[in-house]
Ligand binder design. Structure first.
Ligand code: UD1
Length: 430
């Protein structure tokens, strides 16, 4: 079985360059369908979820071609795509495939998509996506296997009041509404940087979206969209945050570059509060840690709050700190599946409802642990890098879904880490 093996205890030093954001690339790839034209997209992260998204739209009839040997610039032409033709088994592998519902509905007036996969954090309902589509005039039928939407006369602009802050529902509603007749307003929208990125991409293709990044987004429907010569995806703040948390756990000095430091504010400020030294440049942050850090408390929240996708990595970091830290998870109902794995390494963690109390230990000990989901896998790497002895991480395909070159990057920073049978999926150009 594929695994990652780490001999822990080395400090990290050097520079790491961050890829494009997975959670922006997924909706941008799927929303390119709404344009029906040729789009050239740069800074595609070479991670398995995004490669799967590209394979799905190619199966549907899009032309998909990487234009560079690093597979980070892709040309997509969705002119001849067939609606409702995404293979269910492929769709079920990734969470982002839910954006096909909005993209097909926005372009063709109907959509039929299997329910998406993704990490298991307990129930992940799509009622807010459905509510948005219905408000725009679609008939929506869904069960535990698929969602089918139909608006034969086309969608009509309307005001959608979200009941909860949802990244996915905000993006899906925005994608569906770009070609609707009239004006759509999304109230209670999520404000994540990738929502702004998707809006910028669609605007580059002729859409008229304003207010992305605030909780009110206005979309004036346009009849036609065009393609784009070049759209560059923003850097991945979660990948960047993972390296920042890793150096905080091992000690050392790492420059994390090709990022937007503003997106990292909450991570940087937590690390400063814990005693790390943070230095910001225009497109980089350097984290220096020469001592054991202090315990702090974190509550996850939608942006600009502390991202739930950084929760497991910071929990791993907390095991190395002085004192007792608290991690309060407010976004997902079950995000603590990594805790048993950290306990195998000697972590002292008590869970009470939605809060984990994590007492720093003298030193974690290497063990065989599972990457139970994507960010939990990243947390296991951080714990393994900080631990004494050998850590073997299994089920690493979860990690491959969202981190490009993570083993090589940590090795370049001085870690003793190797992968056995770990390979990033190669996108088949045929
Ligand atoms: C996206 C990210 C995921 C991240 C999450 C929160 C992708 C592919 N995934 O997931 O990595 O952890 O944002 O930043 O981009 N909810 C409902 N009804 C809905 C939709 C959501 O109740 O219709 C709930 C969810 O169960 C969850 C909360 O709302 O408790 C937030 O979910 P949401 O922001 O939608 O996350 P995703 O888009 O699934």
């Amino acid at each position: 079985m594929d695994r990652i093996v780490i001999n822990g205890g080395k400090r990290l030093n050097g520079t790491v360059s961050i890829s494009g954001m997975k959670n922006a690339a997924l909706p941008i790839v799927f929303s390119s369908i709404v344009t029906g034209a040729e789009c050239i997209i740069e800074n595609i992260p070479p991670v398995n979820d995004v490669l799967m998204a590209l394979e799905i739209i190619r199966e549907m009839g899009a032309e998909v071609e990487f234009t560079d040997i690093f597979q980070t610039t892709v040309r997509i032409n969705s002119a001849n795509i067939k609606p409702c033709s995404a293979p269910d088994d492929m769709v079920a592998k990734i969470r982002g495939s839910i954006y096909l519902a909005g993209a097909e509905l926005g372009r063709f007036g109907h959509s039929s998509v299997a329910l998406p996969g993704g990490c298991n954090f307990g129930k992940r309902p799509i009622d807010q996506h459905e509510k948005a589509f219905r408000t725009l005039g679609a008939d929506v039928v869904s069960d535990d296997k698929r969602i089918t939407c139909s608006a034969p006369e086309g969608l009509r602009g309307a005001t959608v009041y979200f009941d909860i802050v949802s990244v996915g529902a905000t993006i899906n509603a925005m994608i569906a509404a770009v070609r609707a007749e009239g004006v759509t307003v999304l109230e209670g929208a999520a404000r994540e940087p990738h929502i702004v990125d998707v809006a910028n991409f669609l605007n580059t293709c002729g859409a008229n979206i304003s207010g992305a990044g605030t909780d009110t987004i206005k979309i004036r429907g346009v009849r036609e969209l065009h393609g784009c010569d070049c759209y560059t995806i923003i850097p991945d703040m979660i990948e960047a945050g993972t390296y920042m948390a890793a150096v905080a756990a091992t000690g050392g000095c790492v420059r994390v570059e090709n990022i937007i430091p503003k997106h990292m504010d909450i991570i940087s400020s937590k690390l400063s509060e814990m005693g790390a030294f943070i230095e910001e440049d225009d497109d980089a942050i350097t984290v220096t840690v020469n001592k054991r850090l202090r315990a702090v408390n974190i509550k996850t929240a939608p942006y600009p709050g502390f991202p739930t996708d950084m929760h497991p990595q910071f929990s791993a970091l907390f095991t190395t700190c002085d004192g007792v830290s608290e991690m309060n998870e407010t976004v997902f109902e079950q995000r603590f599946r990594y805790v048993d794995e950290l306990r195998k390494m000697g972590a002292v963690i008590n869970i009470n409802g939605k809060t984990a109390r994590i007492a720093g230990v003298n030193r974690l000990s290497g063990a065989t642990v599972k990457a139970v989901d994507l960010r939990a896998g990243a947390a296991m790497i951080i714990a393994g890098l900080a631990a004494e002895g050998e850590t073997v991480i299994t089920d690493v395909e979860s990690i491959q879904r969202g981190y490009a070159n993570i083993v090589n990057n940590f090795r370049a920073l001085g870690a003793d880490i190797e992968d056995i049978g770990y390979a990033v999926h190669i996108f088949n150009e045929d």
